[in-house]
Design a protein around this ligand. Structure first.
Ligand SMILES: [Zn+2]
Length: 70
């Protein structure tokens, strides 16, 4: 069961991966064992809500798996 929270967790993002199998965005967070799975639509919303946080992240680690996500 994927989380439906519409905001980024407090933990920093460890990795973002668009899954070719289920076509959803798999996101891993530091300090969390389980990854979270978002639909493309959910992820776009989260990104739009968390642009600042994401900018911080992309300075450290470029996220370029799938340009469609953004
Ligand atoms: Zn998947």
């Amino acid at each position: 069961m994927a989380t439906t929270s519409s905001h980024l967790p407090l933990n920093p993002i460890k990795g973002v991966y668009t899954c070719p199998d289920c076509n959803k965005v798999h996101v891993t967070f530091w300090g969390e064992e389980a990854k979270r799975i978002y639909s493309q639509h959910e992820w776009e919303y989260i990104v739009s809500q968390g642009v600042k946080a994401l900018k911080k992240i992309t300075e450290i680690m470029p996220i370029s798996d799938d340009p469609k996500v953004f």
